[in-house]
Write a protein that binds this ligand. Structure first.
Ligand code: THU
Length: 165
């Protein structure tokens, strides 16, 4: 048979609380939670917060920013990533945390980054040639941890494919 199957495997770790994390990562998680409080989401009322940890220790927060012209809105993850990279273009991204405001959103579910944000996280893994740890802060301090966006975005489109002659 002139074909083969390629099987994909993905994994993540689920923590029941924040105890296992170092101080910097705890700070990152709390920064994402704080950012969700000031999300500008009057249309969806879905309040998302994110925070990015850079290699020099800086933590840059972001939250979703909506618009009366609905499609213009931007997700929390990209607000944080783009802010971080616009101010620190040469500093690599180590970690990103994302959460939603569980005080205002009645759900038990964890909020995974959308497809566009996965692609944007992938871009920063690629340009700095370094995996980015992803923390999804869920309800009641549960935390989902992924070692790389590759766990959420296999077969990513990257810059390596561009400009080939
Ligand atoms: N949103 C985020 O901020 N991050 C995601 O990964 C998913 C969705 C925002 C976009 C919009 O403002 C609201 O949540 C509802 O989709």
């Amino acid at each position: 048979m002139h074909m083969k199957e390629i099987k994909l495997e993905s994994s993540l770790i689920v923590h029941d609380n924040l105890l296992a994390f170092d101080e910097k990562t705890k700070e990152l998680l709390l920064a994402s939670r704080k950012a969700a409080k000031s999300a500008y989401a009057p249309y969806s009322q879905f309040y998302v917060g994110a925070a990015v940890l850079l290699e020099d220790g800086q933590i840059i927060p972001g939250n979703n920013q909506e618009n009366a012209v609905y499609p213009l809105g931007l997700c929390a993850e990209r607000v944080a990533l783009f802010a971080a990279h616009s101010i620190n273009p040469d500093t690599s991204v180590l970690e990103i945390a994302v959460t939603i405001d569980y005080d205002r959103i009645d759900t038990d579910q964890a909020a995974f980054p959308c497809g566009s944000c996965r692609q944007s996280i992938s871009e920063f893994e690629n340009i700095f040639d370094r995996d980015i740890k992803i923390y999804i802060l869920a309800k009641d301090d549960k935390v989902l941890v992924l070692d790389s966006i590759k766990q959420l975005l296999p077969f990513a489109f990257t810059k390596d494919l561009l400009n080939k002659k």
